[in-house]
Ligand binder design. Sequence first.
Ligand SMILES: [Zn+2]
Length: 246
Amino acid sequence: MNFHQKQTWANYDPAGFIDQKLSAVRALIPPEVKTILDAGCGNGAITNALQDDYDIVGLDFSEAALQHVTAPKIRGSITQLPFEDAQFQLCMCHEVLEHLKPAEQDQAIGELKRCSSKYIMISVPYKENLRQHFAKCANCGCEFHVYGHLQSYDQHKLNALLGPEYRPLKTQIMGPPQKRNPDWIIAFKQTHLGQWFHPDFYLTCPCCKAGSFIHKSNLLTKLTNALSRIISSSKPYWLLVLYQKR
Ligand SMILES: [Zn+2]
């Protein structure tokens, strides 16, 4: 997924997931909060909806994404926020951290802490099995996560990242249910059956920029899919946590 491409943002949330996220986010904002930074706001699905009720600024590194943001906005990186210390009562960051490398992620959290006077709100995919969303390029063989996710989280990992000076006030595991296939089924499907995640959205290979991906479909893959539906568990999509500075 290329965040600098217009196509990415024109059809970013076809399942309407963001609406579910938005009502949970609204409900978690403490009543005293007036100023908010939405760091990594993407196309502004959350920022735009909150702009009538809060003094909110959206920040994103993608010019293509920011074109959809109608609230006050600024182009920049979450690893180097162009704001003063403690400029916002709440710094929020939704579906961003999982895209970052560990060093960038630490920088981003340091910046959210620096720019927040009291609260930080973070959401990430909950206990995502990253391999489940891997595609394999038919041209160069590159294996990659179709949404560019590099990390998976649970509440313990996220709390540890925030560190002891922030306490989790409210933790929610919420959102549309997701099938979680066992690791061995995913490995078997990918390695032995050639059945990789098949994107139904615009995607190019991050290694060679080709646009076709390996996806075999035959009787064996159909049987394996039926089996994996039976033995897979289901879990909510997101982990959403409101932190308060101690
Ligand atoms: Zn490739």
